[in-house]
Design a protein around this ligand. Structure first.
Ligand code: ADP
Length: 674
C-alpha cells in the first residue's frame, strides 16, 4: 500500500479521501489555491502545497504544478477526486511519465469515454443499448439540424466533452435550434475547451439509474448495484438514492451485466459509473460512463458497507478487488442530498458569500456529513457551488427519508443562500415519498417545492424575530449596566421604557421582497412580574411572547405554544431556523445606520458575480419582450437576461469578457410606450 498520496482536488471530496487514507495509515498531501489557503482540506492534510491563483485554470487544473507538487513531497500516487483533472487523459499520461500512480483507470479507458460520441460508438459495438441519435464527427450546424429533424423533436444537444449538465440544451422545436446550439457550444468551449456536439432523442419521462462498477488490474469486475439519481435541476443531480425504488432482481442483473460489459469493452480498472436512462417500460439506454468516483458514491457505501475510496486505493496499489460479486449485498436504503450554495427560489442561481453561521446535523451510524467547508469560509465564484453532502441510511426507504428530513432541519447555514430548505420540502413531498420519480420531477412539482409566498410573511415568525430582538436588547443593557459605575440606575433596565408614559416600543424589520419595513409594536406584559413576557402586535395580530436565549438557541413561547428555534445574527441580519422554515429579516435598529434591503433582482442587473459572455443585441436595437439581450456566466453556468418588455436597448455598459459584480446595471433599456 502507498505511504503517501496527493489529493489533486478541494472541498468535500478532498476531505473525504483524506479521511479514508488516514484510516489506512496513508499520509496525505493537499494542494490549494489562493482562495483555499485556510480551507478544511488543507487543515486536514499532513502537508499542503500551494498551486496558484484562485481560478482553477491557474491552480487545480495546471497539470505541471500538480505533478511537481507530488514529486516535491514524495507522494507515490495521486487521487484526482471528481471534476478538475479526474478525467483528463493528459494528466494521466503526465502521472505515468513521472512514475506516479494515478488512482483511477488507465489512459485508454479515459480516452475511450472522454467523448460522449466516441463512447456511444464503442458501446454500440459492445451491444449495449443506446438512445437514438447522431454522434458523428461532422459538426456542420445544418447537418446537426437535419439530424435533429430526423430524430424528431424534442431533442437534446450535448457537448461530447460535457459533464455536470453543462453544454446541454433541450430543443423543443426547429425554430429554437440555432440559438440553443450556439449557446450550448459557448458553454462547452468555456467549460471543456471543446464544442463538439451530439444530438439525441430527448426522452420525456425517464429515470436516471446508474451502476457502480469496480474492476481490478487482474481483469476481475463487480458491480456494486445501482443508484437512482432522477431528481435533478439543470440536469444536475440533487438527491440520489440506493437502491433504486422498484428495481427488480432481474432488471438489476441485466443492467449490472450491461455495465460490466461497458467497462470490459474499454479495459477498465478502478471505480467507474455507467449511467443509463431507464424508461417506464424498463427498457434502458446507455448514456455515458464516468471514469472516476462519483459525487453520489456514499449512498452505495451506505447500502453495501464498503468504503469505495479504500477499494480505489487497494486496486491502484495492484491488489485484487476486496470482494467478489457473490459477497456483495444490499442492506437497507440510503439517500444523499447535495447542499448547494444557490437560490432555489430564483432559478437555482449560484450564490456566493461568507458562511458566517454553519451548523451541521450530528453524525452517527444513520447520518453522515461529507463537508468541505467550515464556518467563516468564503463561497467564491471560482468553484462548483456544492459545499457539502448529507447522507442518511436506514433499514427502509421510508425510515431513511424521514431521517433525511430531520437531518435537513438541523442543517443551518446563514450568510450564503443555500438549498437546505428546498431539499427538506423535496424530502417531504408526497410524490417523492411515493417514489414517483423521473428526471422531470422538480419541473413538474414546482407548486409543491418552491416558495410561492412571494413577499408575504408570517406574523408568528415576526413575533419570534421581535422576541429575539427584545431578549438581545435586554442582554445588552444588562451588560452595559454591569460595566457602568452605577449598575442600579433605572435607565439601564430594559424596563426603562416601561415606566414611560407611552409604554410601547417599536421594532422595525426589513424583509426581503417587501418594500417597506414592518413595524412590530411591543408592550411589556405587566401583571405577572415576568420581565421576559411581552405583547407584540404585527399588523392586526396580537401575540403574547416570552422566552430565553442561550447563544443561538431561542426557547420561545408564542401564545402558549412552546418552540425551540435557532437564530443566526449577523450584524442584525437575522436568520430564524424553525423545524420547517428558514426566515430572514433585517432588524433595523434605530441607533444604527440601517440600510434597508434593496430589491435584489432588478431585471437588468447582474444576478451574480461573474463575467459577460456575449451581447445578443446591438446598442440602439428595438427588441420585443422576452428577446435575449445578454449572457452572464458564473461558476461555469450561463444565465441569459431577456427584455422585460418591448423596447429599445439604449446602451450596454459592459462588453463580452468584462467582469461584473452582482447587482451591477448591465444595460440601459427603454421600455416602449404602451
Ligand atoms: P452530464 O455528463 O453533463 O451530466 P449526462 O449525459 O449524464 O450529462 O446527462 C445528464 C442528465 O440529463 C441525465 O441524468 C438526464 O436527466 C438528462 N438526459 C440526458 N440525456 C437525455 C435524453 N436523451 N433524454 C432525456 N433526458 C436526458
Amino acid at each position: 500500500m502507498f505511504r503517501k498520496i496527493l489529493i489533486a482536488n478541494r472541498g468535500e471530496i478532498a476531505c473525504r479521501v483524506i479521511r479514508t487514507a488516514h484510516r489506512l495509515g496513508i499520509r496525505c498531501v493537499a494542494v490549494y489555491s489562493d482562495a483555499d489557503r485556510h480551507a478544511l482540506h488543507v487543515k486536514m492534510a499532513d502537508e499542503a502545497v500551494y498551486l496558484g491563483a484562485a481560478p482553477a485554470r491557474d491552480s487545480y487544473l495546471v497539470i505541471e504544478k500538480v505533478i511537481e507538487a507530488a514529486k516535491q513531497t514524495g507522494a507515490e500516487a495521486i487521487h484526482p477526486g471528481y471534476g478538475f483533472l479526474s478525467e483528463n487523459s493528459r494528466f494521466v499520461q503526465a502521472c505515468d511519465a513521472a512514475g506516479i500512480v494515478f488512482i483511477g483507470p488507465p489512459v485508454g479507458a479515459i480516452e475511450a469515454m472522454g467523448s460522449k460520441s466516441a463512447a456511444k460508438s464503442i458501446m454500440e459495438k459492445a451491444g449495449v443499448p443506446l438512445v437514438p441519435g447522431y454522434h458523428g464527427k461532422d459538426q456542420n450546424p445544418e447537418l446537426l439540424k437535419a439530424e435533429a429533424e430526423k430524430i424528431g423533436y424534442p431533442v437534446l444537444l450535448k457537448a461530447t466533452a460535457g459533464g455536470g449538465g453543462k453544454g446541454m440544451r433541450i430543443v423543443e422545436k426547429a425554430a429554437d435550434f440555432d440559438q440553443a446550439l450556439a449557446s450550448a457550444k459557448r458553454e462547452a468551449i468555456n467549460g471543456f475547451g471543446d464544442d463538439t456536439m451530439l444530438v439525441e432523442k430527448y426522452l420525456v419521462k425517464p429515470r436516471h439509474v446508474e451502476l457502480q462498477v469496480f474492476c481490478d488490474s487482474k481483469g476481475q469486475g463487480v458491480y456494486l448495484f445501482e443508484r437512482d439519481c432522477s431528481v435533478q435541476r439543470r440536469h444536475q443531480k440533487v438527491i440520489e438514492e440506493a437502491p433504486a425504488p422498484g428495481m427488480t432482481d432481474s432488471l438489476r442483473a441485466q443492467m449490472g451485466d450491461a455495465a460490466l460489459k461497458a467497462a470490459q469493452a474499454i479495459g477498465y480498472v478502478g471505480a467507474g459509473t455507467v449511467e443509463f436512462l431507464l424508461d417506464a417500460d424498463d427498457s434502458f439506454f446507455f448514456m455515458e460512463m464516468n471514469t472516476r468516483l462519483q459525487v453520489e458514491h456514499p449512498v452505495t457505501e451506505m447500502i453495501t458497507g464498503e468504503d469505495l475510496v479504500e477499494w480505489q486505493l487497494k486496486v491502484a496499489a495492484g491488489q485484487p478487488l476486496p470482494k467478489q460479486q457473490s459477497e456483495l449485498q444490499i442492506r437497507g436504503h440510503a439517500f444523499e442530498a447535495r447542499i448547494y450554495a444557490e437560490d432555489p427560489d430564483h432559478d437555482f442561481l449560484p450564490a456566493t458569500g461568507t458562511l458566517s453561521y454553519l451548523r451541521t446535523p450530528e453524525e452517527n451510524r444513520h447520518v453522515r456529513v461529507d463537508t468541505g467547508v467550515l464556518e467563516g469560509d468564503e463561497v467564491s465564484i471560482y468553484y462548483d457551488p456544492m459545499i457539502a453532502k448529507l447522507i442518511v441510511w436506514d433499514t427502509s426507504r421510508e425510515a431513511a427519508l424521514s431521517r433525511m428530513a430531520q437531518a435537513l432541519a438541523q442543517y443551518r447555514i446563514a450568510g450564503v443562500t443555500t438549498n437546505t430548505r428546498f431539499l427538506k420540502r423535496l424530502a417531504e413531498a408526497a410524490p417523492f415519498q411515493q417514489a414517483d420519480l423521473d428526471t422531470g420531477f422538480i419541473e413538474r412539482h414546482q407548486a409543491l417545492l418552491f416558495d410561492e409566498k412571494g413577499g408575504s410573511y408570517s406574523p408568528n415568525l415576526l413575533a419570534l424575530a421581535a422576541l429575539y430582538a427584545l431578549l438581545k436588547l435586554n442582554h445588552e443593557r444588562q451588560q452595559e449596566a454591569t460595566r457602568s459605575r452605577d449598575p442600579w440606575s433605572p435607565w439601564h433596565g430594559f424596563g426603562g421604557w416601561r415606566l414611560n408614559t407611552n409604554p410601547t416600543l417599536n421594532l422595525r424589520f426589513a424583509l426581503p421582497e417587501q418594500e417597506n419595513p414592518v413595524e412590530v409594536a411591543v408592550e411589556a406584559s405587566n401583571a405577572t412580574g415576568n420581565k421576559n413576557l411581552w405583547t407584540v402586535r404585527v399588523g392586526e395580530h396580537k401575540l403574547l411572547v416570552e422566552g430565553q436565549l442561550n447563544d443561538d438557541r431561542l426557547d420561545a413561547v408564542v401564545n402558549g405554544h412552546h418552540r425551540s428555534i435557532h437564530v443566526a445574527d449577523l450584524h442584525n441580519q437575522l436568520t430564524l431556523f424553525t423545524a420547517d422554515e428558514q426566515f430572514s429579516c433585517q432588524w433595523l435598529r434605530p441607533d444604527l445606520d440601517s440600510h434597508e434591503f434593496e430589491e435584489a433582482t432588478a431585471s437588468l442587473t447582474a444576478p451574480m458575480n461573474g463575467s459577460v459572455v456575449t451581447l445578443l443585441a446591438e446598442a440602439g436595437a428595438r427588441v420585443s419582450k422576452g428577446d435575449p439581450l445578454i449572457v452572464i456566466e458564473a461558476m461555469k453556468m450561463e444565465h441569459t437576461l431577456s427584455a422585460p418588455s418591448d423596447g429599445l436597448v439604449a446602451e450596454f455598459f459592459y462588453a463580452a469578457g468584462d467582469l461584473v459584480s452582482q447587482g451591477a446595471e448591465l444595460l440601459k433599456f427603454e421600455a416602449a410606450e404602451e
